[in-house]
Design a protein around this ligand. Structure first.
Ligand SMILES: Cc1ncc(COP(=O)(O)O)c(C=O)c1O
Length: 439
């Protein structure tokens, strides 16, 4: 699929313009004794709170309604209505975490022992924990190296007769190539559970992320752009399916009080919802500010060789910018490894990080699955051998090695000057790339 404007690896061939403003801030790298680009300035802090949040928690405390089943008009049911409205969808079921939301969806769709779900190796462990908790097999497909998202062609290659669903993960809060993923799902009659844990309010082809597949899941863990410490939410338009999600997450007991299925107890508590309700007022404005700042930063970085902002798919209208992510190509920095680049940048007063150290396909749980009695009972020897043979995800390995990102929930709420500091620091390090090997 064609890409939008955030940047592609092709951009590295462009020549770098003269960055006049850098010289004002000193040419010598701060790590080598020069003046840093950014000094004694702080970034907007995260998670966000204001008096609305405090008042909301105090009100809940005093109400003595601390659990959702005590009242139909408590903070959890109210938040569910508000969040569904914000996300342009009919229903929401709030949970205790994003992982719980995803697991609830897997169970509600009837996926379990002997079934397979295809997802990304480049994600939080909660994504695959949700599949393992249902005793299904998480099958990891490789990435598009430039967008860090699932590569739809590799997803299709990994479909077997046991595959029941695809779980695309909208990494950094930007959309996956949903057009291709939905087409594959339709062709093979698969369900789609969107892991939109990082993607609050993001839009693709006129729809909010989380509303494109059968069900969409969010995390409200502290670092996320809507946060309450730990929390999660499922959204959807299919009333029957959403009622099933409610039943599963409520230890298998329906809204009418009948125990219908086996299920865990994943209810959000009233204090978490009070925090969420208290911060909803400014959510849209903060979302827009992050998008404006990200666009400015991307426009400043677009001609810097070797720093390539995340590729966005055609149809991307906005992103949550939970992270602002770029690819670091060391061949454009005199071969200096990423850690030298990050150290030099940090000395300039701007911190980028490497994010996920290695893809989940390289983590030990793969061996646990392959050696587990339960999985050996559920899957044939031939299937498990094939599973082992298909573990490599070389593009994911490259993404892990090349990622240079900013935790953006707070910092991207800064000023245009803050964004210029980020760009200036990167450009300064680029201009001094011949010194990076002295570090
Ligand atoms: C992409 C992704 N999926 C799932 C999760 C799990 O969410 P939670 O930590 O709320 O369980 C996270 C959380 O970081 C995430 O980033």
């Amino acid at each position: 699929m064609a890409t939008a404007s955030a940047g592609t690896l092709a951009a590295v061939s462009r020549s770098i313009p003269a960055y006049g403003n850098i010289s004002n801030k000193g040419r010598k790298l701060a790590i080598l004794g020069g003046e840093p680009v950014r000094k004694n300035k702080s970034w907007p802090r995260w998670p966000y709170w204001d008096e609305n949040v405090v008042d909301s928690v105090v009100k809940t405390t005093k109400s003595r309604i601390w659990c959702r089943i005590q009242s139909r008009s408590g903070t959890v049911p109210t938040f569910e209505k508000e969040f569904a409205r914000l996300m342009d969808t009919k229903f929401c079921v709030a949970t205790g975490s994003g992982t719980q939301a995803l697991h609830t969806c897997v169970e509600a769709l009837g996926i379990g022992a002997g079934d397979e779900v295809i997802t990304s190796p480049y994600t939080d462990p909660g994504t695959i924990a949700s599949i393992l908790s249902a005793r299904a097999l998480p099958v990891l497909a490789d990435l598009d190296r430039e967008s860090y998202q699932l590569d739809p062609a590799d997803v299709e290659r990994r479909i077997t007769e046991n595959t029941k669903a695809i779980m695309p993960v909208h990494m950094m809060g930007q959309p996956c190539d949903m057009e291709s993923i939905m087409a594959i799902a339709k062709k093979h009659n698969l369900k789609v559970i969107e892991d939109a844990a990082q993607a609050h309010l993001s839009e693709y082809q006129g729809k909010k992320l989380g509303t494109i597949g059968d069900l969409g899941c969010f995390s409200f863990q502290s670092s996320k752009t809507i946060a309450c410490g730990e929390g999660g939410g499922i959204i959807g338009n299919d009333e029957e399916l959403m009622d099933k999600c409610y039943t599963v997450h409520n230890h298998g007991t329906s809204r009418a009080g009948r125990t219908e299925v086996a299920g865990p107890k994943y209810r959000m508590n009233e204090f978490e919802a009070a925090v969420l309700l208290g911060q909803l007022a400014g959510v849209q404005e903060r979302f827009e500010r992050r998008n404006e700042n990200a666009a400015h930063l991307t426009s400043r970085l677009k001609d810097v060789p070797g720093i390539v902002p995340q590729k966005l798919y055609k149809g991307t209208e906005s992103g949550s910018f939970y992270l602002y992510a770029t690819t670091y190509r060391k061949e454009y920095f005199n071969g200096a490894n990423r850690s030298k680049f990050l150290k030099a940048l940090s000395a300039e007063g701007v911190s980028l990080s490497s994010y996920i150290r290695q893809g989940l396909h390289k983590e030990p749980w793969i061996e646990h699955i392959l050696n587990s009695k339960v999985y050996k009972k559920m899957f044939s020897e031939k299937r498990l051998k094939n599973y082992r043979d298909q573990i490599p995800c070389p593009n994911c390995d490259k993404v892990c090695q090349e990622m240079a990102m900013i935790w953006a929930s707070g910092p991207l709420l800064g000023t245009k000057e803050d964004m210029d500091d980020i760009a200036d620091a990167i450009i300064k390090v680029y201009r001094n790339r011949d010194k990076l090997n002295l570090i």
